[in-house]
Design a binder for this molecule. Structure first.
Ligand SMILES: [Zn+2]
Length: 311
């Protein structure tokens, strides 16, 4: 299991819970294999809803204390993804904890807050802005692999789109010799491979058909998604599938740590957000390689390791 030692993975996520929902298995697997993993979260998720009774009044419209609470959930999730007996992965936040704020769903007043992440400059390199902050992290961590969302942020949330834009701009900035000098980054770092976390059409269609089967029992109050509702990329766009079946228990425990945001079915095979729509907990996490060269491919033409092809 020493294959990933010395290998560094940086994941950029918008809110606490996104790291586990989209990439939790990948985090747990590479931690178990000895890779250095950095999970960088851009906001504290202050604008989220709350699914359980006790912390319900922490939401933004009431006590506005949800961000600190979700820090605790994120910490619990990363601990659950960390190998038993090993070092516990701790959260990191872009610009420091609380620097930028959850912008809420598109069209909500949360976007007008002066610290709303989605309202910042996502491409400019001005000092103190999110691109400069992330370029600084890249220069420090020197990741071999960076993971972010696709151009629509997976499902269109303004903070997810912003995380995508900031990440792509910061990867370019960190590799720019002129910027590295101007921003005092030290040496230039050219990230060898950049991936977008996505869902493949085939894996989601199979899962949704299973959930929609009349015989399939979902927890009370949950419903199966309609076919075509969950965001996907076509299977020929997916370049890389990571088998996370060996860390399912860790991923499920990490999902359960985000208890204000989601519920996990007793079976451990689905979860649901506040909308009550069941979503599969996938045992393969899908990616699109958008920068860098693919490594070894399987007989379906897919990479099976994010670090494939790197020395
Ligand atoms: Zn999110």
């Amino acid at each position: 299991m020493s294959g990933s030692r010395g290998r560094r993975l940086l994941l950029v996520h918008a809110h606490p819970d996104d790291e586990t929902i989209t990439t939790g298995g990948t985090i747990a697997r590479y931690l178990a294999e000895g890779a250095e993993v950095t999970v960088l979260t851009c906001t504290l998720g202050e604008a989220g809803e709350v699914m359980i009774p006790a912390p319900r009044l922490l939401v933004a419209d009431e006590a506005d204390q949800l961000g600190g609470y979700r820090y605790g959930e994120l910490r619990g999730a990363l601990a659950a993804l960390s190998p038993a007996g090993g070092a516990e992965l701790r959260p990191r936040f872009l610009g420091g904890m609380g620097r930028w704020r959850d912008s809420g769903m598109a069209g909500t007043p949360a976007a007008h807050h002066p610290r709303a992440f989605a309202s910042q400059d996502h491409r400019g390199r001005e000092p103190g802005g999110p691109v400069a902050a992330l370029a600084g992290v890249i220069a420090e961590v020197r990741p071999h692999v960076v993971i972010t969302y696709d151009t629509v942020g997976g499902y269109g949330h303004p903070d997810h789109i912003a995380a995508h834009q900031v990440t792509m701009a910061a990867v370019a900035a960190a590799a720019d010799p002129g910027y590295a000098v101007a921003a005092d980054l030290g040496e230039v770092w050219h990230v060898p491979k950049v991936y977008w976390t996505v869902s493949g059409e085939g894996q989601i269609t199979d899962a949704v058909l299973r959930l929609r089967d009349d015989e399939y029992e979902l927890p009370p109050g949950w419903r199966a998604p309609e076919l075509g509702v969950l965001p996907v990329h076509s299977d020929d766009e997916v370049t890389t599938l990571i088998d996370v079946s060996g860390v399912s228990a860790e991923k499920i425990a990490a999902l359960r740590a985000h208890e204000t945001q989601l519920q996990v079915a007793p079976s451990g095979t689905e979860f649901a957000l506040t909308n009550g729509i069941a979503q599969p907990i996938l045992t393969e996490e899908a990616y699109i390689l958008v920068a860098g060269e693919p490594g070894e491919l399987d007989d379906r033409g897919l990479e099976r390791d994010l670090f494939a092809g790197l020395q």
